[in-house]
Write a protein that binds this ligand. Sequence first.
Ligand code: URA
Length: 266
Amino acid sequence: MAESRRSFYLQQLKSRLEFYQEIGLEGLFLKPHLSQEPPQTYSEEDVSQPETKAVKESPTNSYAAESPQSLSLFEEDYSQMSTDESLEKIRQDIGDCQRCKLCSTRTHIVFGSGNPEARLVFVGEAPGADEDAQGLPFVGRAGQLLTKIIESINLKREDVYICNVIKCRPPNNRFPEKDEISTCSPFLLRQLEVIKPKIVCCLGAAAAQTILKTKSSVGWIRGRFQDYRGAKLIVTYHPAYLLRNPEAKKDVWEDMKRIKALLESN
Ligand code: URA
């Protein structure tokens, strides 16, 4: 193997191991049937040229609202967005929201936090108990893991913007219901329109299925960029899923490398 290629592979391996260490992955396992095959690493081309492929559909259950009145009204006519649109105005419009039943059990509306001009936006599902208590997204255990993931690509939380599909905590952290998503997600879409990030990273199925209006599972659509209203959108596993399934962290690392490469590409 040419020396430069060998050192490229070593560098890739080193940064992958550092990422695993950083996000607390314990124990590395080599699948026996892979041990005889060539290394499954990235070529330089893969790293510098993230791919854009069409999403393939797969039959799965979903968060994609079937006929969300408020969502389609907003999505079909972005031109109706006011010219003085801003994050502050969106927050004002939300007000002391009573639009869905979650208002009766929430403590705080969790609007979103971070850099209003972020080039990278992470979209999660819904606030949990810690987020509901503090009014901030991703501050619990899953949030701490998200912070490590962000830092693994040499960014800080303050560099990115973090928000959720719905802004109030569902009781007992149950999945958001379709009416809650269709009522609340137009505010998320407006946030994305204002921030105009270069990259949107959907954390988990709720974000992916709501924004892309697909029923595909995360496993099916993750790992490749898609076009979303002038941005590149990538889907990856939710940090809470990673806490339960640490073996999926390696896939998230691949997705983070794609994001890093695209951010650095121009
Ligand atoms: N999970 C989410 O999806 N969002 C949060 O803000 C916290 C946990």
